[in-house]
Design a protein around this ligand. Structure first.
Ligand code: DGJ
Length: 732
């Protein structure tokens, strides 16, 4: 039983394998948050809270109770925070009532337990029949406005998911001005917030800040999760490390504008809220209508970041990603983007595919430039019909030639965008977001289509379907290369413009659901100018995402390192490209490029017809090695051993360990290269301390405990940006 309801003590306790989460209804009906941490036997944890404090009474001296001007609710750890009735800390939910007042006074109404983990209408969410759901309903003291707080528990992964359903049972419309999914009040302690910031070609770089009085926030207002901050953050002890200390991970299962905000409050408690960014959000809720917030998935670890990440990895792989390729072996692909950019025809692509087939590549992906008026990035988006003149044949013929070369065939789309220079835009200029009377801002010469509109989605759906049905297509790369501005939907009406940004995302999800259901054998990979929409929302539809347009191995180790805090290796699209690298001009050994790409969904992105025989031999070896270790890499337990940002090391080191501890891979990349370096030794993690292991087939058999306590000596070839891989195998 993952959910314990104690009627007498009015507590609700969620238990996972290693964690517990508790709420309690106080004598005044307020739902308090009383515990989130390591699993302990059931007890009422509210003794540390002044739980019989009347929210309407004095707080300046909490011992003195009586009617007074101050509100006590601000002194109590809230399970969901609402603006307006005395909690001055950051709110999660702001409701403007029909009378124009802003605020709710929520009291406990009822609770129920459901079998299985809940799903959310029209939104992605972790799933699992083996899970359990608790629904706690709160009601406003005055109006018939209900908040249904959903808790889904996947005990095996220490995953607790939350979302809120707001229900208007009044006779009048109300306005939801803020609809975040989570309030997490931590009653005491000093915390840091770890988050992942960046920009194009530098996504998900780690930063760590102390949570101070005032707010620390990560957010997007771009209509998409974006490159600049990822919708994932960790709240941790000041002393937390990879292996020690408390860490609360919060991952939003949402791909739109978001907010994760933390602050230290005036009695030194910490509040975290997370959900849809309230900026440009305003949702009029009609009588009997419900609004569903997106989900936030939380993992608590008492053993630092590493354990938290491994829980997220397993949960995302097994209970968020769906479809045939969730666990099936994915094909090794070659993509032509960096190899040819827009300059290709069918003959050129087939020549690359033929070379690729000889090396063990299994899928050829034709990237941008095959359709409509697309000769460069000024035109064509929106017209999804093959440019047969450019290709020199039909799409069907091209796919057949690629298949004949022994490869599956995949294709690139950017369905949410349109160029002004396109037939679609000429016919339907109102399909794009643009404000009345203003010239819209272009980005990469393109506009965003109004996917909040059904007719716009239908048009694109029909076009994509025609292409997908016209040839033997096994893979789709779903790209998205700009953010939303000039937000205005031509059909929403003035009063509903505040819904559009969210409904754009709902529209995207609806189209993805439709296509992934109708084409279950197609592998979908998400992309947004590299890793600009790398989030749990997209992973519900597509099991992998292009991690970054930066394919430089040394930059990639930082990007993949940051990404790994939440997302598993199996979600990270990673390719070997040519040197000098197109983003950095850096020259790195091919072996290092291969090793780094191997700890993702290894693929190639270069013109193989220009590769030397020696390079092709090396790529062939890498592909064989990747296939040999596929399960260990994709499904193993991931350990970050030395950070690429560690100023005391010349290496970045990580490992993956089989769940039965029978083998491990340890990857080491030299990212700094001083003369006369000190010896490098790394302590391994996750091995069986009592088993003996060989290293790269050597004679010596080390005890697991030895490799974990005394470490492994790293020998990396002399030279710049060199690397090595150790295969550690149980010998007995
Ligand atoms: C951005 C993507 O990240 C690239 O991989 C490539 O597909 C281009 N778009 C094509 O325009």
């Amino acid at each position: 039983m993952a959910i314990i309801i104690n009627e007498q003590e009015k507590t609700f306790t969620l238990q996972t394998n290693n964690t517990a989460y508790q709420m309690k209804v106080n004598p005044y009906g307020v739902l308090l948050h009383t515990y989130y941490g390591k699993k302990v036997p059931y007890e009422d944890m509210s003794y540390i809270v002044d739980n019989d404090m009347n929210p309407n009474h004095v707080v300046e001296n909490p011992k003195i109770k009586g009617d007074d001007v101050y509100c006590a609710i601000e002194r109590l750890p809230q399970e969901i925070s609402c603006y307006g009735c005395g909690d001055y800390r950051e709110s999660a939910i702001n409701i403007r009532n029909a009378d124009g007042s802003l605020g709710l006074q929520l009291v406990y109404h009822s609770a129920r337990v459901e079998e299985g983990k809940y799903s959310i209408p029209s939104l992605p969410a972790f799933y699992g029949k083996e899970g359990e759901t608790l629904v706690i309903t709160l009601k406003d003291k005055v109006y018939d406005i209900y908040l249904h707080l959903y808790y889904g528990v996947l005990a095996e992964y220490d995953l607790i998911c939350r979302y809120v359903k707001i229900e208007n049972k009044t006779k009048n419309p109300i306005t939801v001005e803020k609809a975040l999914s989570v309030t997490l009040d931590l009653e005491y302690g000093n915390y840091d917030m770890v988050s992942f910031y960046g920009k194009w070609a530098q996504e998900r770089l780690l930063q760590r800040n102390e949570i101070m009085h005032g707010k620390s926030q990560v957010f997007s207002t771009r209509g998409t999760s974006g490159h600049t901050m990822n919708p994932f953050a960790i709240i941790c002890d000041k002393s937390a490390t990879e292996t020690q200390g408390s860490a609360y991970g919060l991952a939003l299962v949402y791909s739109g504008s978001f907010l994760i905000s933390s602050s230290k409050c005036y009695y030194d408690s910490t509040r975290v809220v997370a959900g849809i960014n309230p900026e440009n959000f305003c949702y009029v809720l009609q009588p009997d209508e419900c609004f569903h917030t997106p989900e936030v998935a939380m993992v608590y670890s008492d053993e630092g970041f590493g354990k938290m990440s491994r829980c997220f990895h397993k949960a995302i792989r097994n209970n968020l990603c769906r479809g045939k390729y969730k666990n099936a072996r994915r094909p090794v692909l070659i993509n032509n983007w960096e190899g040819t950019y827009f300059d290709f025809n069918a003959d050129k692509l087939v020549a690359i595919a033929e070379e690729a087939a000889k090396l063990g590549v299994e899928l050829f992906v034709m990237d941008d430039g095959w359709f409509g008026r697309r000769v460069n990035d000024w035109g064509g988006l929106g017209d999804w019909s093959p440019n047969e003149e450019k290709l020199g044949c039909t799409l069907k013929e091209l796919s057949e030639r690629i298949n004949a070369a022994g490869l599956q065939f995949g294709i690139w789309f950017e369905p949410e965008c349109v160029n002004e220079d396109s037939a679609l835009y000429e016919e339907h200029p109102d399909y794009a977001f643009r404000m009345p009377g203003r010239t819209p801002a272009l980005a990469r010469h393109q506009l965003v289509l109004d996917f909040s509109r059904k007719d716009v989605r239908e048009n694109i759906y029909q076009q994509l379907k025609k292409v997908l049905d016209s040839a033997n297509i096994s893979y789709v790369k779903w790209d998205y290369n700009r953010f939303i501005c000039d937000l205005y939907s031509a059909t929403a009406g003035a009063e509903n413009q505040g819904r559009v940004l969210h409904e754009f995302i709902l529209g995207l999800y609806e189209l993805l659901e439709r296509l992934t259901t109708e084409y279950p054998d197609v592998l979908f990979e998400s992309c947004a100018s590299g890793g600009g929409r790398f989030d749990c929302g997209m992973h519900y539809y597509m099991p992998q995402a292009w991690t970054s347009d930066d394919t430089d191995a040394i930059e990639r180790i930082k990007i993949q390192y940051g990404t790994s805090f939440c997302y598993p290796v199996s979600t990270m699209g990673a390719h070997v490209s040519t040197v000098p690298n197109h983003q950095t001009a850096r020259v790195t050994p091919l072996s290092t490029r291969g090793l780094v790409a191997s700890f993702g969904t290894y693929g190639l992105e270069l013109d193989l017809t220009k590769a030397s025989e020696e390079e092709k031999e090396e790529i062939k070896r890498q592909i064989a090695q990747f296939k040999q270790h596929y399960d260990l890499i994709q499904y193993g337990e991931y350990y970050r051993l030395i950070s690429p940002f560690d100023p005391y090391s010349n290496f970045c080191v990580w490992s993956t360990v089989a769940s039965d501890q029978s083998e491990a891979l340890v990857a080491c990349v030299r990212n700094r290269n001083p003369g006369n370096p000190s010896p490098e030794i790394v302590k391994l993690f996750g091995l069986d301390p009592n088993k003996r292991y060989t290293v790269n087939g050597g004679e010596r058999k080390y005890l697991g405990s030895t490799l974990m306590q005394n470490g492994l000596r790293i020998f990396v070839p002399f030279g710049e940006y060199t690397s090595c891989l150790y295969h550690v195998v149980a010998a007995e």
